[in-house]
Write a protein that binds this ligand. Structure first.
Ligand code: HEC
Ligand code: HEC
Length: 401
């Protein structure tokens, strides 16, 4: 059974490689014809939509498999978008047209070569000021069901409206965004390819289509082919002995990392109060207490995935740690080590006093390095329909300061 499925995945990856070539030629002519192929790891169905195929789908559920077991199934995920919707989302994601003044795109803060994050402790939006939190990775968001560090959005469609219309992030308004897109002939044509039913009935671009396309693109950012994955599927040599030792410390009941950062996604899609420190001089971020109006969730944040974690420093909602060893030291420094005086936080019971040795902490860091897989990184458009610069000069300039 597994032999069969590897074969299918390889086939779809090959056919996409041809698709990429065709797409670049078209981009050179600035016609912006949307792809008719699914991204690699997705299969085109008879209904014309792309469905994800991964080897994990052939394993049974996460239940009863023991802590941190390797052959566990994935949680439910988003897929079922057409190739055109996914590709339209790619152009939108990289187009600064989506911001109020055309200066930043989603990709300014979620950069493909930085783990779809940025290298800032807290991201910088159109005003040039830092926003409240660090940009999370977008790898494997298809499997996430609560968005933002404080889980205040429950769908990717709802989430996208956050940055688009936040005064500190992209600063746009729904009316202005719609008007800008409608006045761009390339986009009118591309939306009609991605949402043919609406246009055939005399309709035109709608904001909901913007959110659908962004969701379709983000749900295609799959990273499940790291060296760790090859190990999990039975190829022991994919990891070194030190990395396997690191995995064993990671999932041990001493360190307890895998209780929350559960394979295969290295998150359990839950929130937890672990008491990480705020940036110097900043007030306590109450996190999910605000979302649920629940004092017992004071300081609770989403358990982030650790996929491609070496790419997305700095770490935590605050961007407080700029390397992985410091994040591990945080856990090792003991329960509540960074809780401000006078704060009464209900720390999660798996946050303990592990007393790891320096060697064990190094092993955990080495193990986290095996979770890197960027093989399905989408192609960055060489140009976007607005004609604006894809590499965002304003952001780069600020970033260099
Ligand atoms: C100014 C930088 C910036 C821009 C521009 C930006 N983001 Fe983000 N993004 C962030 C930050 C910071 C967070 C976390 C905010 C929070 O938790 O309060 C975030 C969170 C997210 C999340 C939630 C991920 C998760 O796992 O919870 C998604 C999805 C996302 N952004 C997608 C987008 C999309 C799509 C766009 C473009 C429409 C976009 N972002 C534009 C900085 C940015
Ligand atoms: C009780 C659940 C829990 C346990 C146990 C746990 N974590 Fe976390 N982890 C979290 C939460 C929640 C966050 C985000 C906290 C924040 O932003 O303030 C996080 C953040 C991280 C991050 C930063 C990720 C990013 O994208 O910024 C790393 C790395 C990490 N944990 C590694 C580990 C390691 C290694 C262990 C074991 C020593 C561990 N975690 C144990 C819940 C947990």
């Amino acid at each position: 059974m597994f032999v069969c499925c590897f074969f299918i995945i390889n086939l779809s990856a090959n056919s996409y490689a041809q698709g990429v070539d065709i797409m670049s030629a078209e981009e050179a002519q600035s016609t912006f014809k949307l792809s008719e192929r699914c991204p690699p790891s997705f299969e085109l169905t008879a209904d014309g939509v792309c469905l994800l195929l991964t080897q994990y789908q052939f394993y049974s559920s996460v239940q009863n498999k023991g802590l941190g077991g390797t052959r566990t199934n994935l949680p439910p995920h988003r897929d079922g978008f057409t190739p055109a919707q996914i590709d339209l989302g790619r152009y939108l994601f990289f187009d600064p047209l989506l911001s109020k003044d055309g200066s930043i795109s989603c990709a300014s803060c979620h950069q493909p070569d930085k783990g779809f994050s940025d290298d800032l402790d807290r991201s910088i939006g159109i005003t040039g000021e830092k926003v409240g939190r660090s940009a999370p990775t977008l790898w494997n968001v298809a499997f996430v069901d609560k968005f933002f560090w404080d889980v205040r959005a429950t769908t990717l469609e709802e989430q996208a409206q956050g940055p688009l219309f936040d005064a500190l992030e992209m600063g746009n308004t729904p009316e202005n965004l719609l008007a800008t897109l409608l006045s761009n002939q390339h986009y009118v044509e591309m939306f009609s390819q991605a949402f043919p039913n609406v246009f055939e009935q005399g309709g035109t671009i709608e904001l909901s289509q913007v959110y659908t396309a962004l969701t379709a693109f983000q749900a295609s950012l799959i990273s499940l082919n790291s060296r760790y994955d090859r190990y999990a599927h039975g190829y022991h040599e994919a990891l070194t002995e030190r990395e396997i030792a690191g995995l064993n410390v990671f999932r041990s009941f001493v360190a307890r990392c895998a209780e929350c950062h559960q394979p295969p996604l290295f998150t359990n899609n839950e929130i937890a109060v672990i008491g990480t420190p705020e940036p110097e001089g900043r007030a306590l971020d109450i996190g999910a207490e605000k979302t649920y109006d629940a004092p017992k969730l004071r300081g609770a944040f989403k358990v982030p995935t650790l996929r491609n974690i070496t790419k997305s420093a700095p770490y935590m909602h605050s961007g407080r740690y700029d390397n992985l060893l410091d994040t591990v030291k945080f856990y090792n420094d003991g329960r509540g080590n960074s809780v401000p005086e006078g704060e009464d936080m209900l720390l999660h019971w798996h946050i303990s006093e592990p007393n790891l040795t320096d060697e064990e902490m190094d092993l955990i860091v080495e193990f986290m390095g095996t979770l890197t897989d960027e093989s399905l990184t989408p192609q960055i458009p060489s140009s976007v329909p607005s004609g604006l610069s894809v590499v965002d000069d304003k952001f780069q300039a600020l970033n260099d300061k």
